[in-house]
Write a protein that binds this ligand. Structure first.
Ligand code: G3I
Length: 301
């Protein structure tokens, strides 16, 4: 393949990018997006603060625009994210207990119902595990409604959109460590009890190194019977950037249940990481060495 999307498709994978719909009118941006990517995710526009700014009043403008752009350009859509401790609307930040639990589950039901049939995979819950060595849950207003909030969210999402794959998504899970093992144990428990979970997203916001057990970590989750996806890939600039991008791509291709890779933005200037220049295209839309590394990895073998 001569583009990321074509090369990935030849391997039965997708190659996606996070999108801010306000940039779709920038022709440099949309030319690269439409040529190179066959999956999109909203960088912000499907989050709780964007979709339910006032309780019970839903706003789907940005999400609907992204879905229609995807449909017009042969792209699938990842949904990001139904529940997260961050980017909650202020009204939700002020709730607790059963009022918050009920509002959260209603949010999952309403949003997943609105987009029913249009989402390949939903990040049902994002970043619910703690950093560091505990392997446990992150403290949050959602966690304080009871440890079962995650499974309640997955059950509500399944009921609302039975065709979407339902994912748990997190960061600092790029090797075998206490945090990824905590998530692994949750997924294993969910699978054994019939809680509907289909996939795990590995954000892969990487620095200048990549854990040596990156592929093995993906594989151990796949061995639980779930798909895995690289969901928010970006890599700090430096001598290793192109190599690390290639290593991630090869790891996904080596794991049969790794169904696709998403980078967290199109050009370096679009990235939340600013001066890290963490993406595959420079600000003028030119391909970087990291791009060539990914494309060659997709085309190898
Ligand atoms: O839309 C408002 C705008 O109205 C306001 O004037 C402006 C002033 O600050 O803020 C705008 O909102 C910003 C939003 O991005 C849209 O640009 C928020 O302040 C800003 O916090 C928000 O940042 C996003 C961040 O998530 C929020 O936590 C980043 O764009 C987005 O890339 C980032 O994405 C997250 C994933 O969802 C989860 N994993 C980590 C990843 C990187 O942090």
């Amino acid at each position: 393949g001569t583009t990321l999307r074509a090369a990935a498709a030849e391997k039965g994978r997708y190659f996606g990018a996070a999108v801010a719909t306000g940039k779709l009118s920038d022709s440099t941006y949309s030319t690269v997006l439409n040529r190179e990517f066959n999956s999109v995710v909203a960088e912000n526009e499907m989050k709780w603060d964007a979709t339910e700014p006032q309780q019970g009043r839903f706003s789907y403008t940005g999400g609907d625009r992204l879905v229609s752009h995807a449909r017009a350009n042969g792209m699938s859509v990842r949904g990001h994210t139904l529940l997260w401790h961050a980017q909650q609307p202020s009204w939700a930040q002020g709730l607790s207990g059963s009022a918050l639990r009920n509002a959260a589950i209603n949010h999952v039901t309403q949003v997943a119902t609105h987009f029913r049939g249009q989402i390949y995979a939903w990040d049902v819950v994002n970043e619910a595990f703690a950093d560091g060595g505990s392997g446990g849950r992150r403290d949050s207003n959602l966690q304080r409604t009871g440890n079962d909030w995650i499974e309640a969210a997955f059950r509500a999402a399944r009921a609302a959109d039975p065709g979407a794959k339902l994912c748990y998504n997190d960061y600092n899970t790029d090797g075998i460590n206490a945090k990824s093992t905590g998530i692994y144990n949750m997924v294993r428990d969910f699978r054994s009890r019939g809680v509907p979970i289909d996939c795990v997203g590995f954000q892969s916001h990487l620095g200048t190194t990549i854990p040596g057990d990156y592929q093995a970590n993906l594989q151990r989750f796949a061995d639980l019977g779930v798909d895995v996806q690289i969901t928010e890939l970006d890599v700090m600039t430096g001598g290793n950037q192109a190599n690390i991008y290639g290593t991630v791509t090869r790891a996904c291709l080596a794991v049969s249940r790794c169904t696709g890779i998403t980078v967290w933005g199109v050009r370096d200037c679009d990235s939340w990481r600013g001066s890290d220049n963490a993406l595959l295209f420079d600000c003028a839309g030119n391909k970087k060495a990291a791009y060539t590394s990914v494309l060659n990895a997709l085309n190898a073998g």
